[in-house]
Design a protein around this ligand. Structure first.
Ligand code: DX5
Ligand code: ZN
Length: 218
């Protein structure tokens, strides 16, 4: 199981140290939440801060694009050092073409689904994906409560990926903590994103990563 701390909940006046702390705690990826004020109500990180994150770590950067017309910005985030770029199915009329564009930039491609978006109609693109992201909150803000029905959706996504023989990573994003990590693992997730549970941990972000790791089934 991979753990991907979301820097959205970190102290941005100390970005490098905050990334260093989760690295020391055993994080596998760094999750970068990009929001545009259109697809979601919040505005957060752009390519400049993504580049700052890239310069702070050798860990893979998992760039989650919660933006409209992501095609316009893929090159910028690729140049900023993204390892994965994830677009939302809700804003991509031709998902296959967008995934192809990400691959042509030499970056791994992900697709994220909002809680209300069904896994149906994903069949065509599944074989092309490196990462499938199940949103377990409505995107826009860190610190929201986990939507319980998401666990069953993760299990359904796992069955679908297995049916297609897809090696894609299956990520869960939103409200993940030590209380639901083992259930998500049992449902077949391979990557857990956590922001507030890690950066809000009373003993610091390194302990936040370790606490989730310890909650997993061995
Ligand atoms: C939600 C973001 C998530 C979120 C995770 O819009 O995509 O990555 O910041 O933060 P927590 O773990 O606090 O829900
Ligand atoms: Zn995210």
């Amino acid at each position: 199981m991979k753990i991907a701390p979301s820097i959205l909940s970190c102290d941005f006046s100390r970005l490098g140290e905050e990334i260093g702390a989760v690295n020391e705690g055993g994080a596998d990826w760094i999750h970068v939440d990009v929001m545009d004020g259109h697809f979601v109500p919040n505005i957060t990180i752009g390519p400049v801060i993504t580049r700052g994150a890239r310069c702070s770590t050798d860990l893979p950067l998992d760039v989650h694009l919660m933006i409209e017309t992501p095609e316009r910005y893929l090159q910028s985030f690729a140049e900023a050092g993204a390892t994965f770029m994830t677009v939302h199915a809700e804003v991509c009329p031709d998902l296959m073409a967008t995934v192809g564009q990400i691959h042509s930039l030499g970056v791994k491609a992900g697709v994220a689904l909002n809680p209300e978006t069904s896994l149906e109609e994903m069949d065509d693109v599944l074989g092309e994906l490196d990462l499938l992201v199940i949103m377990s909150v409505n995107p826009g803000f860190g610190g929201q409560a986990y939507i319980p029905g998401s666990t069953e959706k993760v299990a359904e996504a796992r069955r679908l990926l297995d049916r297609y023989g897809s090696p894609a990573e299956l990520e869960v994003d939103g409200g993940v903590d030590a209380n639901n990590a083992a259930d998500l693992q049992s449902a077949g997730a391979s990557v857990l994103v956590a922001g507030s549970a890690i950066y809000g941990h009373p003993e610091g972000p390194g302990a936040g990563v370790r606490t989730i790791r310890e909650a997993l089934l061995s």
